[in-house]
Design a protein around this ligand. Structure first.
Ligand code: GDP
Ligand code: MN
Length: 378
């Protein structure tokens, strides 16, 4: 789950990380009120999940409450990278002398968390990481040993943090790493980490992505409609399902992410497009009813393709759940199935005797059949 900047900053604040004073608001008058309270020039920042807001015009400076109100009025309701601006963050404007980049993420190749620092932070860090990688310094963290103070110190010195800011820099980086672990983050990023003209470090921006597989133990993570791209994805999340809406006519319900991806590829190879990605393996096969309801409820779906390979979760158990759900939903859309794995004889019998659906022998033939039926239904 990706958090909004204002949500990430609230978490940062709980961890004692330095963030600018300010508040998130939903209307221009409130923006003026916050600027009034702060009593100094402010920055008005569009709250969207996509990055690159600075370049897209989502970051505005305002010298007084009236200008803050005008900036908020302009931003609210605007679309940034296809996402509506539902709220803006109004904060004290920092006097920035230098911009650093600081983040903690996982390097899957090591595999280990890595602390990354650059003295060339700001809005072009991705480009700089590609063109001048020597300006980005990384420190892998050995989990059992933890992040060592001297490692942080050396890294910040390499990145060119001035000696006077070193003590605070070590504290900020150490706490960011602690936050990353405690919150089960995939990414905790400060870009820019502003070195103000007064010599202190402040997180001017904040990005926090929480590992979806850890949400069960991170109950504080907000998951409102605004955190999702599509109504269906939001609804699926309420049932613990990972649903990605795509634009195509074949609804997919596959067991496991790998089989889902392989099926997506095969659908594309047949020149068709899938309507969704929905992984229903593992613990989620018990959620068959909600999964099927979402896929079949998509008006773009002309054919439902069920592709199972029962290993740990038996095919007969999965298909028992699916058959009951299909009967309850009373679907009128055609269903194509490829049922394989442990307990497949029983699973196929359930589908044939109770639903009149004959299983295809393999994924390829099921995909071809589904694509043909979807074309005929257009
Ligand atoms: P992003 O473009 O979505 O990453 O949004 P940021 O919050 O990082 O803002 C983009 C840029 O705006 C930053 O790199 C800064 O250069 C600038 N910026 C943001 N907040 C402030 C501020 O309080 N004072 C100043 N001077 N610049 C700021
Ligand atoms: Mn940024």
């Amino acid at each position: 789950m990706k958090l909004f900047e204002w949500e990430a900053k609230a978490v940062f604040r709980e961890h004692g990380l330095p963030v600018p004073r300010g508040r998130v608001v939903k209307d221009p008058e409130e923006a003026a009120a916050v600027a009034q309270e702060l009593g100094r020039p402010v920055v008005v920042k569009a709250q969207v999940l996509s990055g690159g807001r600075g370049k897209a015009g989502g970051i505005n400076f305002a010298g007084d409450p009236a200008a803050a109100q005008a900036a908020a009025a302009r931003l609210l309701g605007m679309m940034l990278a296809g996402e509506p601006v539902r709220s803006v963050l109004v904060e004290e404007r920092l006097d920035i002398a230098r911009e650093f980049y600081l983040s903690v993420t996982i390097d899957p190749a090591l595999p280990a968390p890595v602390l990354m620092v650059s003295g060339a932070g700001g809005i072009d860090i991705e480009k700089q990481a590609a063109t001048t990688p020597q300006l980005v310094f990384t420190q892998p963290v050995e989990i059992a040993r933890g992040l060592q103070g001297f490692q942080v110190w050396n890294l910040l010195a390499d990145a060119g943090l001035p000696p006077a800011a070193m003590h605070q820099g070590v504290t900020v980086a150490t706490e960011l790493f602690r936050l990353f672990r405690q919150r089960d983050a995939e990414l905790a990023e400060i870009n820019p980490l502003a070195l103000t003209t007064a010599g202190s470090l402040v997180a001017a921006d904040a990005k926090l992505i929480i590992n979806d597989n850890a949400l069960f133990r991170q109950p504080w993570v907000p998951r409102t409609r605004a955190h999702f791209d599509h109504d269906l994805e939001y609804e699926a999340a309420q049932h613990g399902l990972n649903y990605v809406k795509l634009s195509g006519s074949i609804g997919l319900l596959c067991t496991g992410a790998g089989l889902s991806l392989a099926t997506l590829d095969l659908v594309a190879r047949e020149g068709a497009r899938a309507a969704n990605f929905l992984e229903s393996g593992g613990a989620n096969y018990r959620n068959a009813y909600h999964g099927l309801r979402l896929v079949l409820g998509d008006p773009e779906v002309k054919v439902l393709l069920i592709n199972t390979f029962g290993l740990v979760s038996r095919a007969d158990v999965i298909c028992r759940g699916l058959a009951d759900a299909l009967k309850e939903l009373g679907t009128v859309k055609p269903v194509v199935a490829a049922i394989r794995g442990t307990g497949e004889e029983e699973a196929r019998r359930i589908f044939w005797e109770e639903l009149g659906i004959a299983s295809c022998p393999d994924t390829e033939s099921a995909v071809r059949k589904a694509v043909k039926m979807a074309r005929e239904a257009q």
